[in-house]
Design a binder for this molecule. Sequence first.
Ligand code: NAG
Ligand code: NAG
Ligand code: NAG
Ligand code: ZN
Length: 209
Amino acid sequence: MLLRPTTIAHRPLLTLALAASASLRLSSPQIATGSFALAAQQHNHNQQSPLQLSPSSPHIRNYSMGSNASTASNFPKGKSDTEWRAQLSPEQFRVLRQKGTEPGFTGKYDSHYPKKGVYTCAGCDSPLYTADLKFKSGCGWPAFFDAVPGAIDRHVDRTFGMKRTEITCKACGGHLGHVFEGEGFNNPTDERHCVNSISLNFSEDDKKA
Ligand SMILES: *[C@@H]1O[C@H](CO)[C@@H](O)[C@H](O)[C@H]1NC(C)=O
Ligand SMILES: *[C@@H]1O[C@H](CO)[C@@H](O)[C@H](O)[C@H]1NC(C)=O
Ligand SMILES: *[C@@H]1O[C@H](CO)[C@@H](O)[C@H](O)[C@H]1NC(C)=O
Ligand SMILES: [Zn+2]
């Protein structure tokens, strides 16, 4: 058992996380809104995309392509991109439906620590995280150490030259963020669910969960 002071153990990891998010911020707007949209247009009638980000995962491939048919029918609360665009703000659509990332330290739930309540999916209102699962990570996005049982899906994400675990809403497929494991945060699971504020909505009503 290594007994290192946690503040020291955190520092290199946080630096790494911040560096990763900084590079994400630089590249994601172009990739999320530019290349994907362009590729989707150019390969509208073609199942194979040159931007296949995760060949081993048909789910992620279809999702990245923004395929109306697959996103609408593969989830209990799925909708077509047209319907999502009508319901969500442009920034919510970019993050939830095109796997974008909001800038760090800007989201409304980053420094939000209610005593009780439920964070629901901003797309379909499914309960995803409860207030007691949230912790202070200092990383610039809401952080949770666990989710409401059965509420989220995990996928391998190999974009941006990293191997990360993407998390999505099980009910509607909306992109939430990523899970990082083994960072040494003093919480029960040693996980950090790094979730975009804009993918969430908060309700003080505990009964929702
Ligand atoms: C994704 O598309 C491929 C090719 O059209 C299909 O075989 C596969 O079942 C789809 N995956 C999902 C999760 O719908
Ligand atoms: C897109 O999704 C909507 C809602 O599920 C559906 O009514 C529509 O037929 C779909 N369009 C295509 C081209 O698959
Ligand atoms: C967000 O949560 C509040 C409180 O539960 C609710 O009144 C509101 O309708 C929700 N907004 C969306 C977009 O689901
Ligand atoms: Zn959802």
